[in-house]
Design a binder for this molecule. Structure first.
Ligand SMILES: [Zn+2]
Length: 285
């Protein structure tokens, strides 16, 4: 059975077969298409009734001279998709609107545009961090038909970096252990999460993060789904684990608070767009 989490926004599954990634398609087809223009974690869209659509056609003339070099992302609904960055300070002409891609800022974009916009952000992030060889500093070249880059001097090749992180709901019968960071909105609690270290399994990362951040032991670690998270480039791997002992002790360097909540009396939830919201919705009711 397909886990329902694959339909979370930012997972490419949201656009399904309607999207064909560029690297399978060879050369870019012309210069016209859908435009995924990213400005400061927002997507430039055209208001359309209650919703939004992507600018379409040739490169928007009103933004000419301000857009970065377009990248061909792939084909969406049989039309090429172009990605371009717009500088933070550039003003938008009438008819275009910037809508945030950030779920916690109450984005109004539908899931398909969030997923396309997320891929656009990741493509731009990769371009901005891969222009020079990390080994010898030479300017890199794009590998034909790939997102990868090659160094013409030392031949080092590298490909877009996704950083795996675990996110876990700790359960003990009918209570759940939730945590909050000081910078979050008041009353908002979420799950323990952290990056996977060198040499670690996902389960090992779950055990370590829970122990480090909230001081308890867990067992019966079950995978429940995943989400690609383009802020800037994480793969969030979701788990539910069973409390196996220990006192809750908060790591004050990471967290402001962590505590048990009775199922059914949970505090303010994370956005429905995030895997944290998905796990709480499905495994903490
Ligand atoms: Zn090199």
């Amino acid at each position: 059975m397909t886990p329902l989490s694959v339909f979370l926004p930012f997972n490419r599954d949201c656009v399904g077969d309607a999207f064909v990634p560029a690297k399978q398609g060879g050369k870019s087809p012309g210069t016209s298409g859908h435009w995924l223009i990213v400005q400061n974690q927002g997507l430039v869209v055209v208001p359309d009734g209650e919703g939004f659509i992507l600018p379409r056609g040739e490169r928007p003339p009103a933004l000419d001279g301000q857009l970065g070099e377009p990248l061909w992302l792939g084909t969406f609904k049989d039309t090429p998709c172009w990605v371009a960055a717009l500088p933070r300070e550039a003003a938008l002409p009438a008819g275009l609107h910037r809508e945030t891609l950030v779920p916690m800022q109450n984005t109004r974009l539908p899931d398909d545009l969030l997923s396309l916009g997320g891929m656009a952000m990741q493509a731009l992030w990769w371009e901005s961090t891969s222009s020079h060889c990390p080994r010898c500093g030479e300017r890199t070249e794009r590998i034909t038909g790939e997102w990868g880059k090659r160094c013409p001097t030392c031949r080092y090749e590298h490909y877009p970096h996704l950083h795996p992180a675990v996110i876990v709901l700790v359960r003990d019968g009918d209570r759940c252990l939730l945590a909050r960071k000081a910078e979050w909105a008041p009353g908002r609690y979420a799950l323990v999460a952290g990056f996977v270290d060198n040499g670690e399994s996902l389960e090992g990362a779950v055990r370590r993060e829970v122990k480090e951040e909230v001081g308890v032991d867990v067992d019966d670690i079950q995978y429940v789904g995943s989400q690609n998270w383009p802020f800037p480039s994480q793969l969030m791997v979701g788990f539910v684990a069973r409390y196996a002992g220990g006192e809750v002790t908060v790591d004050r360097d990471e967290l402001e608070d962590a505590r048990w909540f009775a199922v059914g009396q949970l505090p303010m939830r994370p956005s429905r767009h995030s895997i944290a919201g998905f796990i709480l919705q499905n495994y903490a009711q």
